[in-house]
Design a protein around this ligand. Structure first.
Ligand code: EPZ
Length: 421
C-alpha cells in the first residue's frame, strides 16, 4: 500500500488550481444512464472514485474514456444489464447513485447495499422509501437492493432528513417518471444544483433547483448533453486550510466562492486573511498563530461536514480551545486518535471534540481512515516536527486529484512511497 512521507516545517507559497468537483461529477456521470447517445463531460477530476464509477457503467454498456479532465461517454444501448456488483460498490458507496437512473430507464436495478464506511452506518432507507413511493417494488436480497417497476410515477416525496445522494437519486428517477414529483426537504448542496442543471440540459423539466422543494415534471425521453462540472468547493477549502496552517501565502485559482461563504467566515474568525483577487481567485495568507474557533457541521449552507477533519487539524495548533461538533455523521472522528499520535490535545465528548491548541505537533506514523481524515493528517503533517508517514493513502486518492503534487508545487516536501502498511 502507498503512503505519503511529509517533512514538516515548510511554508506554502505560490499558486494552485482547484479541480472539478468529485461530488458533482459522480451523479452527473450516473445520469448518463438515462439516455442512449454520446456525452462530453468536462472538468471531471481524475480520481479513484470517478474511475470506479466509469468501470461500473461499462458493465451497463456505457463506454467511456477519461482523458485528463474530460470524460467522453457513449451509452450504446440498453443491453439489459442492470447490476451494480458488490466488489465495485464496496469500494465506492456513491455507486448507489445508479439506482434511480437504472429504475427510470431500464425499469430494473440490482445494486449492492453500499454498507457502512469509516464515518458511519450510511443507510439508504430514504432512497428506498422514496423510490417505492414512485412505484418501484424493492426487496433486499443477499445484500442487494433488488428493484423493478413497470414505470415510475410521480409522487410527493417527504425526506425525513436531508440526504444529498437521496435527493440526487430521486431527481434522476423523477425526470422520466409519469407525472409530477415534488421533493420536500430536498438537499440544496451545490452538487445537487449541478446535477439538476445537467438534467435540464438533457431536456428534463425541473423547478425549484437550489431550494428545499423541487418539482420535476416527467418527460417521455431525454437527449444526451455536454456539460462542464463545477469546481470542487471542498478541495478549495482544504487547500485554504493547508495554506493557513503553514502561515503561508497562496493564491487559489478556481474557487467556487459563492458556495463557501460560511467557510470563509469561519476561517477569518481564526485569523486567516482571505483576499478576493477576482471572482475565481482567492489569496489566503496568515500572519502568526491562528486563533481557536468553535465549529458545528450542518447541511448546506452551514459549515460542511466534509471540511470538519481538515479544520480540526488547523485548530490542533491554534491558540486556545475550540469545540468541533459533528452533527451529520455519527462516527466522523476517526482522525482524532491519529492527530493525538502527533501530539494533538483533543478530548471527545458525545458529538464534539474539544481541541486544546498546542504549540507544535510531532511527526509520526498515522493511518488514514477515510477521504477527509486523510487530508486532515496531511495538513497536520505540514507543520509537525520531523516526518509524518500517512499510510493507506488510497483514501486520499479517492477524492483529491494529485493532492501531494499540488502541495509540493507550493513548497511542501511530500514523497509518495510504496512501502506503506
Ligand atoms: C454525500 O453523501 C457526500 N457524498 C458526502 O461526501 C457528504 O459528506 C454527505 O453527502 C453530506 O454532505 C457524495 O455526494 C458522493 P447523506 P451521502 O445522504 O449522500 C443519513 C466526501 O467526503 N442518511 O446526505 O451519502 C446519513 O447516515 C463524502 O466526499 C440516512 O439516515 O450523505 C447521514 O447521517 C463523504 N438515510 C445523513 O443522513 C438515508 O437514506 C446525511 O447523509 C440517507 C442518509
Amino acid at each position: 500500500m502507498e503512503k505519503l512521507v511529509i517533512e514538516g516545517g515548510y511554508t506554502l507559497k505560490g499558486k494552485v488550481e482547484v479541480s472539478g468537483s468529485k461530488n458533482a461529477s459522480l451523479p452527473i456521470i450516473a445520469a448518463t444512464i438515462l439516455c442512449d447517445g454520446e456525452y462530453k463531460i468536462d472538468n471531471v477530476p481524475n480520481l479513484r472514485d470517478v474511475r470506479t464509477l466509469l468501470k461500473l457503467l461499462s458493465l451497463l454498456n456505457i463506454e467511456s474514456r477519461l482523458d485528463r479532465s474530460k470524460v467522453l461517454l457513449k451509452n450504446k444501448n440498453d443491453n439489459g444489464a442492470y447490476e451494480a456488483p458488490y466488489d465495485l460498490v464496496k469500494t465506492m458507496r456513491a455507486s448507489i447513485l445508479v439506482l434511480g437512473p437504472l429504475l427510470a430507464k431500464r425499469r430494473k436495478a440490482r445494486v449492492s447495499l453500499p454498507g457502512g464506511c469509516a464515518i458511519g452506518e450510511r443507510p439508504v432507507d430514504q432512497h428506498i422509501k422514496a423510490l417505492k413511493q414512485m412505484g418501484a417494488t424493492i426487496d433486499i436480497e443477499h445484500g442487494y437492493i433488488v428493484a423493478e417497476c413497470d414505470s415510475l410515477k410521480g409522487a410527493d416525496i417527504y425526506f425525513d432528513l436531508v440526504t444529498v445522494t437521496g435527493t440526487e437519486n430521486v431527481l434522476m428517477a423523477a425526470v422520466l417518471a409519469k407525472g409530477k414529483t415534488t421533493i420536500y426537504n430536498a438537499a440544496i448542496e451545490p452538487e445537487v444544483i449541478d446535477l439538476a442543471n445537467f438534467l435540464i440540459k438533457m431536456g428534463a423539466k425541473i423547478e425549484g433547483v437550489g431550494t428545499k422543494t423541487i418539482t420535476v415534471y416527467g418527460v417521455d425521453s431525454l437527449s444526451p448533453a455536454n456539460y462542464s462540472v463545477m469546481n470542487d468547493r471542498i478541495e478549495a477549502a482544504t487547500l485554504m486550510c493547508a495554506a493557513a496552517i503553514t502561515g503561508g501565502d497562496v493564491e487559489i485559482v478556481g474557487v467556487p466562492q459563492e458556495y463557501l461563504t460560511t467557510v470563509f467566515e469561519k476561517l477569518s474568525e481564526t485569523g486567516v486573511n482571505i483576499e478576493f483577487v477576482d471572482d475565481k481567485k482567492v489569496r489566503v495568507y496568515s500572519l502568526g498563530r491562528l486563533k481557536a474557533a468553535d465549529v458545528t457541521t450542518q447541511v448546506y449552507p452551514g459549515f460542511p461536514t466534509d471540511l470538519q477533519a481538515q479544520f480540526m487539524a488547523l485548530m490542533c495548533v491554534a491558540d486556545g480551545v475550540s469545540v468541533v461538533t459533528e452533527t451529520i455523521f455519527e462516527n466522523r472522528f476517526m482522525h482524532v486518535a491519529e492527530l493525538k499520535r502527533m501530539g494533538a490535545d483533543i478530548r471527545l465528548k458525545d458529538r464534539s471534540a474539544v481541541v486544546n491548541g498546542v504549540k507544535r505537533l510531532s511527526g509520526a506514523h498515522v493511518m488514514a481512515s477515510d477521504l477527509r481524515a486523510s487530508a486532515s493528517l496531511v495538513i497536520a503533517g505540514l507543520v509537525a516536527e520531523g516526518e509524518t508517514h500517512v499510510h493507506r493513502i488510497y483514501h486520499l486518492d479517492r477524492g483529491y486529484e494529485f493532492f501531494d503534487k499540488k502541495l509540493n508545487g507550493l513548497g511542501a516536501k511530500i514523497k509518495r512511497e510504496k512501502n506503506g502498511v
